[in-house]
Write a protein that binds this ligand. Structure first.
Ligand code: FES
Length: 173
């Protein structure tokens, strides 16, 4: 007779399976919680750029703007915009306009349109911008800082001219 101990018969343990599932669910929950927390932390460090809502600001009719004419407007946030009709585009009238910020990107002086030269001039440090707002001389050109642009829309049926401006009180330039 052998005095070996008989092999222990594996006993089904329903509690161990439940325990395993509980552990898996707990790990998933903790991972999701930490993941969400990490996402919020990253968003705090690197804020996502949200699209600024825009709206149309009516500025006049096509007939009111002669080619070469320039007017200064103020958007709802108080930003001055220089709207110039640089040429007469028969197929896409909006393409004949340029709407640029009147604020010099160097130190914030007001630029003005010189129709004779076809340029925007900043009197503070002799900054010069072409008709598209590209800095061509002075400190803004050295710093490669151009005038901000605004979209212009023209309703072809009515001839009404609009400049797209920020709708809210956001702080996007
Ligand atoms: S502020 Fe316009 S060139 Fe300096």
């Amino acid at each position: 007779m052998s005095d070996q101990i008989p092999h222990a018969c594996p006993i089904e343990q329903p509690h161990s399976r439940r325990g395993f599932l509980s552990t898996v669910l707990m790990v998933i929950g903790v991972a999701a919680g930490y993941g969400l927390g990490l996402l919020h932390f990253l968003e705090y460090l690197v804020p996502l750029r949200r699209k600024t809502p825009k709206r149309e600001m009516f500025v006049g009719t096509l007939a009111e703007f002669q080619v070469g004419a320039s007017v200064t407007l103020r958007d709802p946030r108080g930003e001055e915009i220089s709207l110039t009709r640089v040429h007469d585009d028969k197929t896409e009238p909006a393409n004949g306009f340029k709407a640029l910020s009147s604020t010099c990107p160097h130190l914030g002086c007001k630029v003005h349109w010189d129709a004779g030269k076809g340029e925007f001039l900043c009197p503070c440090h002799n900054g010069v911008f072409d008709k598209n707002g590209i800095a061509i001389s002075g400190p803004p050109a050295k710093e490669k800082k151009n005038l901000s642009t605004f979209e212009v829309r023209v309703n072809k049926d009515t001839g009404w001219v609009y400049v797209m401006v920020s709708a809210g009180d956001d702080n996007v330039a």
